[in-house]
Each structure stands twice: as structure tokens, then as C-alpha cells.
Design a binder for this molecule. Structure first.
Ligand code: NAG
Ligand code: NAG
Length: 226
């Protein structure tokens, strides 16, 4: 039974891969399960970045890690800690203001421990993605040096240290009006620390809600992968 659904799902997926794009509300920057519908690979474990804690878990105005390497197609999940943080994409030359049509998680507060929402992006290409937190209290987080980079340049002057130094010269930061370029979603109940298969299950059940029969196919597909 599962396998016949699987075959049906796979057939549907392979014959109309582009159709999936329209079921993702957040635009082009991410499509959470795009690697799976092709049927060419198993889901890669999402990398998790902690927003607002250091590597010991202590509250700090940092992304941990602050340098992320990811191949196109791989997912990165941001997990938010107290009290109120965000992930915003900037241009290298303008560290604390948003890029045009860049990534934005929205502000995701937490009173203690990880917030009840995570933000997951799918890396589109190999070029650098510069990030900051646009929260302003008790002082602007970007100006405090709360910045990160995905796929930094391998050489040249555009380093994370240079980006952070420029950020520290700012006095405030701005944010887009609405989340963009990723999925804001509930972390999987089976554990947020590892991402991976649980992440994909969560995404598939989102689709069941939003996209009816297609979601059903996705759920069958995800079930098979688990
Ligand atoms: C998606 O891509 C199209 C074509 O490049 C563009 O017109 C549109 O604004 C993009 N939408 C988002 C949400 O990025
Ligand atoms: C989070 O910070 C932003 C920017 O400073 C602010 O607009 C928003 O109201 C804050 N949210 C909470 C819950 O404190």
C-alpha cells in the first residue's frame, strides 16, 4: 500500500516537478522539500544555527555558528533563543540593513529556551549570504556584532570580521516588513536539535494542510524516507 502510493507519488513528482513551486508560500529562496520531489537523493540533514546563544548555550548576541558552509540545495534551520531575535540578509557593504528581496525570518521572540518557531532556508547557490539580527533592544544587535555568513568568500577582503567591524560602526538597523526567503514553522516535536528527517516530516504535514492531495503524496513519500 505504501509502495503503491510511493510509486504514484514518485510518478507525480517526476512528471511535474515544477508544479511544486506553487505550493510554497515563501517565494523562490526556499522550497523546503525540493530536493526530495526529484527522487534523486535522500534528505540531507539540515544544519542548525542557534540565534542568541553562544556555543556554551549562554545568552549572547551571536549566531552559533557564525560561519556556515552549505551546498546549494542544503537546508539551514535557525533556532531562536531569548529574548527576541531575527535573521536578515544584508549586502556586504551595508551590514545592518536588508538586501533587496533578501532573507528575513521575522522577529521571533522566546521567553526561555528555544522559541516555538524555527526558520528554515534552502541554500540556493554557492555565493556568500551575509546575515544580521535586526532586533534593537536593549541595544541594536547588529551594532553589537550579531552577524553571520553562509559560504564566505574563500579569499579577498570580504571576510566575516570585516563585515562585523562595519556592523559595529552602525548605530541602528532596519528590517523588512514581512518574512521572506524561507519557512517559519514549528520545530518538529521529535526534536529540534538535529533537524534531518523530522524536519522533512514537519514540512510534509504543512503541505497536507496547504495543498491537499499533493500533500498526501508528499506525506507518503516522506514516510518512505523515514
Ligand atoms: C521569484 O522569481 C521571480 C522571477 O525571477 C520574481 O519575479 C519574483 O519576484 C520572485 N519572488 C520571490 C518571492 O522571490
Ligand atoms: C522584537 O524586536 C523588534 C525590533 O526591535 C520589535 O519590533 C518587536 O516588537 C519585538 N518583539 C517582541 C515580542 O519583543
Amino acid at each position: 500500500m505504501v509502495s503503491s502510493k510511493f510509486v504514484a507519488a514518485l510518478g507525480a513528482l517526476l512528471s511535474t516537478p515544477l508544479a511544486f513551486a506553487q505550493y510554497y508560500p515563501a517565494g523562490n529562496a526556499t522550497s523546503t522539500n525540493a530536493a526530495n520531489p526529484t527522487g534523486t537523493g535522500s534528505p540531507s540533514a539540515a544544519q542548525t544555527v542557534s540565534v542568541g546563544v553562544d556555543s556554551t548555550g549562554a545568552a549572547a548576541l551571536v549566531f552559533t555558528p557564525d560561519t556556515i558552509h552549505a551546498n546549494p540545495g542544503e537546508e539551514i534551520t535557525f533556532q531562536f533563543f531569548p529574548k527576541n531575535h531575527s535573521v536578515v540578509q544584508a549586502d556586504f557593504n551595508n551590514p545592518c540593513n536588508p538586501s533587496d528581496n533578501g532573507i528575513f525570518s521575522g522577529f521571533i521572540p522566546s521567553s526561555s529556551g528555544p522559541a516555538d518557531q524555527v526558520f528554515t532556508i534552502k541554500v540556493k547557490e554557492d555565493k556568500p549570504v551575509w546575515l544580521y539580527c535586526a532586533a534593537l533592544k536593549p541595544a541594536p544587535h547588529c551594532a553589537a556584532g550579531m552577524v553571520a555568513v553562509i559560504n564566505p568568500p574563500k579569499s579577498g577582503p570580504n571576510t566575516l570580521d570585516a563585515f562585523r567591524a562595519a556592523a559595529k560602526k552602525t548605530t541602528t538597523s532596519t528590517a523588512p516588513n514581512t518574512p521572506n526567503g524561507g519557512e517559519v514553522e514549528k520545530p518538529s516535536p521529535s526534536g529540534t536539535a538535529t533537524g534531518g528527517p523530522a524536519q522533512h516530516t514537519g514540512a510534509a504535514s504543512n503541505l497536507v494542510v496547504s495543498a491537499g492531495a499533493v500533500g498526501g503524496f508528499m506525506a507518503a513519500f516522506a514516510a518512505l524516507l523515514l
